[in-house]
Design a protein around this ligand. Structure first.
Ligand code: CDP
Length: 240
């Protein structure tokens, strides 16, 4: 018998996305821990077309008095996009977007770190986006967490991030740059995988309550899968 798909079925059945992925499929992901000699901790991540390098320094004594906290370390993050990382050359240096992403990255990572161990200290996290293709804030957090673990900084848990969103009226996982630009919504999420505590939740665009719930569930599920790759990267570096 010949199967006929009606127009109505086409509207409701989940179709493949522009790049051939299913609605709940992540882009190919690779993470490596400990690739820089001079940093205390480092990682390199490729996620779809994203290429991101993270270096961690510290904990070390905060030189600037104003920065010091008597009872704990302070975490500082700098998210930076290389001028050659995007299609249209980016002007070097910080802009509104990178200042915002640096801030939310520090906030997403902080709950995982046992900062009380290092009073008056500072931990610096440098996230260098070498090539960007959508979802860099999440990929940066995922890679930073591996670099922090590589630096031997005591942590309650890892932090892992992933976005979900809405494209062509469909709730999908891990938007590519093209999907992000053409899409209706993007919801970046970061969690501590053990407790599933959310440390970052942003939402750009319009979603119904039901769509938002589905996007959040998809993103958390994506995070848990990405977490397996984080663990594998650390196992490779340090053995079982
Ligand atoms: O990267 P993420 O999705 O977290 O942040 P965004 O602000 O939603 O940016 C989405 C994508 O737009 C980035 O990943 C880049 O691929 C691209 N972009 C760009 O082409 N030029 C910029 N100056 C900033 C972002």
């Amino acid at each position: 018998m010949i199967g006929i798909i009606t127009q109505d079925q086409l509207k409701t059945s989940p179709t493949l996305r522009e790049d051939g992925r299913a609605f709940d499929e992540l882009r190919p992901l690779k993470i490596e821990a400990g690739i820089l000699e001079r940093a205390d901790g480092s990682s390199y991540l490729e996620f779809g077309g994203n290429k991101i390098l993270v270096a961690v320094y510290g904990p070390r004594e905060a030189q600037i008095r104003k920065l010091q906290r008597p009872d704990r370390a302070v975490i500082r993050c700098r998210y930076n996009m290389a001028p050659f990382s995007v299609e249209e050359r980016k002007r070097p240096g910080p802009d509104r977007r990178s200042v915002e992403i640096s801030k939310i990255t520090a906030e997403a990572l902080r709950p995982a770190l046992i900062l009380e161990r290092f009073p008056r200290s500072v931990i610096d996290v440098f996230i260098e986006v070498l090539e960007a293709e959508g979802g860099t804030r999440c990929a940066g957090i995922t890679a930073a967490s591996v670099a922090l673990a590589d630096a031997g900084i005591p942590m309650r848990d890892m932090v892992v991030a992933c976005a979900a969103g809405k494209v062509n009226d469909q709730v999908v996982l891990d938007l590519s740059e093209e999907e992000d630009k053409a899409g209706q919504a993007d919801v970046p999420v970061a969690i501590l995988p053990r407790t599933r505590e959310i440390t970052l939740l942003q939402s750009d665009g319009n979603l119904s309550e039901d769509e938002f719930e589905r996007a959040l569930d998809l993103a958390v599920d994506g995070c848990l899968r990405i977490h397996e790759v984080q663990k594998e990267a650390l196992r490779k570096r340090y053995g079982e």
